[in-house]
Design a protein around this ligand. Structure first.
Ligand SMILES: CC(=O)NCC[C@H](N)C(=O)O
Length: 127
């Protein structure tokens, strides 16, 4: 069994930041469990364009509020604590954080660890 605390991750290479968010990566490919698990905070007032071309992501909100817009059809969703969304069709989308937006994210396949979005909003393909 594996037990890790957020405080074990903060300040290490498993705490990964991009312009609009910080992602504390609790489980990664090296843990060999088939998914990765992150505690992520998106910064209030930011808009992030994302396309998980190679991954499925589930996102469970535990603090704050955001709007998600799926690009293909322009639909918007208000996400608040206790709500989950799952990008099960690799949807291109925007995340607009209204307040600091804290979420638990699960990715399959698991992230390797240092991924940030490229110019297309994509995390690189798993190795
Ligand atoms: C909600 C979302 O996808 N935010 C971007 C960061 C990502 N979830 C991560 O933790 O790497």
């Amino acid at each position: 069994m594996k037990v890790k605390k957020l405080e074990d991750i903060i300040g290490t290479e498993k705490e990964v930041s991009d312009d609009n968010w910080v992602s504390r990566r609790l489980l990664l490919q090296e843990d060999n469990v088939g998914f990765s698990l992150h505690d992520t905070v998106l910064t209030a007032g930011t808009e992030t364009y994302i396309w998980y071309k190679h991954h499925i992501e589930a996102v469970y909100c535990i603090e704050g509020e955001a709007e998600i817009e799926t690009v293909e059809n322009g639909e918007t969703y208000r996400i608040t604590p206790g709500t989950m969304y799952c990008l099960d069709n690799h949807e291109k989308h925007y995340v607009r954080a209204i307040t600091n937006f804290r979420v638990v994210c699960v990715f399959t396949p698991a992230l390797i660890g240092d991924e940030v979005h490229d110019e297309e909003g994509v995390y690189r393909a798993p190795e």
